[in-house]
Ligand binder design. Structure first.
Ligand code: AMP
Length: 192
């Protein structure tokens, strides 16, 4: 099972993937987490991408695809994996398609978590206030930029995956448990 989760910042991709990862016993790969860790560890990649990360812009398609390519070769991915935050652009989706076909694998589906703009804005503002070390990109000043990037670069992926008959819309409002039940319905429909 290889699933992609798409959703605007604050839509709950991380929360849902964590729960689903435990349920299916396959890893949850969050590209945002991988990049934040590289930055915190001060690796050469981390240093290079720190400023891009903080302002809510996207790192390059080549870099992020290389990271995903390498990470998914890890033996823990042999029964599948959940991609949270990747792909985020059409070139990344193309590169993911190429990577999977090279390995004779295919995407099981794409889950699009839909949450109204006002609600995600509220969630992100709350998260910024509550976290002990808030993420710089959750700062209220950075949020509009992230929405803009999502609308411009990531939303075109919805049509891309509709054309490939892979897109499943999930209502992302309500409690995390409500949303998880909806996600599970999709997953069981996909045959797991
Ligand atoms: P996230 O936690 O998924 O919101 O990601 C946090 C930040 O990491 C984003 O605002 C981007 O700067 C960067 N990032 C994560 N995934 C990608 C990706 N697939 N392509 C480019 N940049 C990414």
């Amino acid at each position: 099972m290889i699933l992609v989760f798409i959703g605007s910042p604050g839509a709950g991709k991380g929360t849902q993937c964590e729960q689903l990862s435990r349920h299916l016993s396959i890893p949850h790969l969050s590209t945002g987490e991988i990049l934040r860790k590289a930055k915190a560890d001060g690796t050469p990649i981390g240093k290079k991408i720190a400023a891009v990360l903080d302002c809510g812009e996207l790192v390059s398609d080549e870099l992020i695809t290389k990271i995903v390519d390498e990470r998914t070769l890890n033996p823990d991915c042999k029964n599948g994996f959940l991609l949270d935050g990747f792909p985020r652009t059409i070139p990344q989706a193309d590169l993911l398609g190429e990577m999977l076909s090279r390995r004779n694998q295919q995407l099981s589906g794409v889950v699009y978590l839909r949450v109204p703009r006002e609600e995600v804005f509220e969630r992100l503002t709350q998260r910024y206030k509550e976290m002990e070390t808030p993420r710089p990109e959750d700062h209220p000043d950075a949020i509009p930029k992230r929405f803009e990037v999502f609308a411009k670069k990531t939303e075109p992926l919805l049509d891309y995956y509709i054309e490939r008959e892979l897109l499943h819309r999930v209502d992302g409002t309500g409690t995390p448990q409500n949303v998880f039940e909806r996600v599970l319905n999709i997953v069981s429909m996909l045959g797991v």
